[in-house]
Design a protein around this ligand. Structure first.
Ligand code: ADP
Ligand code: MG
Length: 700
């Protein structure tokens, strides 16, 4: 209790330190989304500076989330030299409000003409400023900001998220008004991201070029033991790890991050941390801080935290479960089935809005879960398949079926609303067994989007979720606002929505082969890879959606499309080049050396004892030589493909380029790996140049 939030310029600190009028003014902006009054920045900046100086801060930084998916910051000292050779500690309203930075070295996807390199960071007062300390005593006041270009285009992940929250709130409030709610002025998306990660010993990390350069192992034979014993999940936590977790929690609590749940995950050396949910914007900032703090604290314990989606082949990779719900500023959770028929009708309307959104824009949700790492997981029997569907559980599905099949439109009956069923039975939170295979599961009062990549920001998934649901709600509101008989129209509308969109509901096993076939019959998309998903970002349908709700304009969409494709190509290129380097400089030399020693031993044996039996050595020599030949051939093929990706003119186009990496480079990497891993099982461990999976995963 003493340390929680101690490094945050939070509500309590603001109330204590700001003049009442300023505090109320700022609070209105934060709670009601009103425009920030520029006159208060000076007063807030001064209070923030005094607070930060008391905490030992020397610097401040505008902290932002460029399209790299990481966070960025540039530190400035508070000092301002005076004429008598001393300094004052200063921080103005202008410095709080806006910063300028060179945007040219951040991905911008052609948004920024080269002559106009200016980028601006602008204070996001809805996410509290905080103090960051490091072990060396550096203390920095950190101000969450949005980042955009000279002409106002977003260059970051935060801006569209904030815009999507506005759009969602606007449309949801319209629908609530139709249900007679006159008090709610804002609807908020809440997000609780569960973060999975691996911890490995630093000495093994440093001994592997692939982990250092790409965050995943590009070679590595399957260890004799994997996760088949189910002995890691929820297992007792070793002291070395619990010491790490203790420090991690303390660091997070100081930052006002409510780290709550921690446990071992399914794979050896894999863990999970989950905070209590928060508003989507703050939850996104906090998730970035969680990822950063995981890495920082791991380093202090001679550990390395791997956030990659698939650090090790053959054992589970990591994801991020994005729990999402909608609440009102008058205290309702809109995804909580209510106790009265009235509340239930409203709940069913919001539920159907989500069903419609997910069915209509499944390809956008698929994009929001796409990164090169997740291409290894989705559909690989450890994570949901690449097919988007919704799990609702039998009880809700049955209720929806009744609405869909329900006879004629019902009018008001005994003063209650009738939407197919006059009252819903109270739906208990754990109304069905958990379905761990669904990509998008209703879990009692929220949805759990389970496809999100472990290393990615949750800004994009939530931006897309908010926008597509805003669109559903706006269509629902358009229709109901015109209705003369609200209840009949509502009933008709829900019935129609379910007729059209209930194909997206699936309560069975999403990992099964049958589901793939069934989904195809239902006409659901199955987009296997990131590259195949991305063109949907710039389709006419997508441009219409994002521009209608002012979340992303056409130029911003195109820039994101290009940035993501470029990132894909670059990542595969780096991985492939790392493989070539490891193949030529580590694995090939090790295998040849061992081969030479075996050959020498045959020669020596024969020289000493002409009748000696060298059958075993010769067999091994043959097998290694054979594998090594294939290994060399694949290395050469991969090198050639890499050269082609750069030289061929038709591959200058970003899409064609990434498609080439996906279709021609990536499969060669898999083939090369196959022979590399085979060599690992043949070459003596004394000669093998890399720490093995057994060492990395089990010696922790
Ligand atoms: P699981 O049992 O699914 O692994 P966890 O306890 O690990 O669940 O994480 C559940 C997450 O969902 C937490 O971050 C929690 O705060 C969040 N959550 C709970 N209720 C809501 C809600 N109404 N809206 C959004 N997130 C929620
Ligand atoms: Mg969990």
């Amino acid at each position: 209790m003493n340390i929680f939030g101690s490094n945050v310029f939070n509500d309590a600190v603001m109330r204590a330190r700001l003049p009442k009028a300023t505090y109320n003014n700022l609070k209105k902006t934060i709670d009601e989304g009103r425009e920030l009054d520029p006159n208060i920045a000076e007063i807030v900046a001064s209070a923030m500076k005094d607070w930060a100086l008391e905490k030992g801060a020397t610097h401040y930084t505008h902290w932002f989330q460029p399209m790299t998916g990481l966070t960025a910051e540039k530190h400035d000292a508070f000092i301002s030299p005076t004429s008598d050779g001393k300094v004052l500690m200063e921080f103005s309203g202008k410095e709080l409000n806006q910063g300028e930075s060179d945007a040219s070295s951040f991905p911008n996807g052609g948004i920024r003409a080269t002559f106009e390199a200016r980028g601006y960071t602008v204070w996001d007062c809805t996410s509290p400023a905080f103090i960051r300390e490091d072990k060396n005593g550096n203390v920095t006041l950190t101000i969450p900001t949005a980042f955009y270009s000279y002409n106002g285009n977003s260059l970051d992940k935060k801006t569209p998220l904030l815009r999507s929250l506005e759009a969602l709130s606007k449309q949801a409030v319209r629908v609530l008004r139709l249900f007679g709610n006159t008090t709610c002025t804002r609807v908020i998306a809440n997000v609780g991201p569960e973060q999975e990660y691996f911890l490995i010993d630093k000495k093994f990390f440093e001994a592997r070029m692939d982990l250092v350069l790409t965050g995943r192992t590009l070679f590595g034979a399957t260890p004799p033991k994997g996760q088949e014993m189910d002995d890691h999940y929820y297992g007792s936590i070793k002291e070395r790890i619990s010491a790490f977790m203790k420090e991690l929690n303390e660091e997070l609590w100081k930052l006002g991050i409510s780290a709550k749940t921690q446990h071992k995950e399914a794979a050896p050396a894999q863990f999970e941390i989950a905070p209590v949910y928060n508003t989507a914007n703050i939850a996104t900032d906090h998730n970035q801080l969680i990822m950063e703090t995981l890495k920082k604290v791991a380093n202090r314990h001679d550990l390395v935290c791997l956030l990659h989606e698939k650090p090790f082949a053959g054992v589970n990779g990591s994801g991020k479960h994005n729990n999402w719900s909608l609440s009102t500023n008058d205290g309702q959770n809109l995804l909580d089935p209510g106790k009265t028929p009235h509340e239930n009708a409203q709940f069913l309307t919001f539920l159907c809005a989500v069903i419609k959104a997910v069915d209509e824009y499944a390809e956008l949700l698929r994009i929001s879960a796409a990164n090169p790492g997740n291409d290894h997981r989705l559909g690989a029997h450890e994570a949901p398949p690449a097919i988007i569907s919704i799990f609702l559980g039998d009880q809700l599905t049955d209720i929806l079926k009744q609405i869909k099949d329900g006879g004629t439109v019902c009018a008001k009956e005994c003063g209650t609303l009738k939407v197919g069923v006059s009252t819903l039975p109270a739906i208990p939170k754990d109304n069905t067994d958990r379905n761990r295979t669904s990509p998008f599961a209703f879990t009692g009062n929220k949805f759990e989007f389970r496809m999100v990549p472990s290393s990615a920001s949750v800004a994009c998934p939530n931006m897309i979720l908010n926008t597509i649901v805003a669109e559903s709600l706006s269509q629902i509101a358009d229709r109901l606002e015109k209705a003369t008989d609200f209840q009949s129209e509502l009933h008709l509308l829900l019935k129609e929505l379910l007729e059209k969109h209930d194909r997206i509901i699936f309560n069975g096993n999403n990992y099964s082969e049958e589901w793939v076939a069934e989904a195809k019959r239902r006409g659901l998309l199955n987009i296997e890879s990131m590259v195949e998903a991305l063109p949907h970002y710039i389709s006419a349908k997508s441009v219409a959606l994002f521009t209608k709700h002012s979340v992303l304009n056409e130029q911003e969409l195109h820039s994101r499309y290009e940035i993501l494709l470029e990132q894909y190509s670059k990542i595969i290129k780096i991985e492939a080049r790392t493989m070539v380097a490891m193949a030529n400089r580590l694995i090939f030399p090790a295998a040849s050396k061992y081969l030479g020693e075996l050959a020498a031993s045959v020669r020596d044996l024969k020289a000493a004892v002409p009748a000696a039996d060298t059958f075993a050595q010769e067999e091994v020599i043959k097998e290694i030589a054979d594998t090594l030949r294939n290994f060399k051939e694949k290395t050469t093929a991969l090198e050639k493909a890499l050269a082609t990706a750069i030289s061929r003119k038709d591959l200058y186009d970003v899409y064609q380029n990434s498609l080439f990496y996906r279709q021609s480079v990536f499969p060669l990497m898999e083939e090369l790996r196959f022979y590399g891993d085979k060599l690992e099982t043949l070459v003596s461990s004394e000669h093998w140049p890399l720490p093995t999976y057994t060492e990395i995963l089990f010696l922790i």
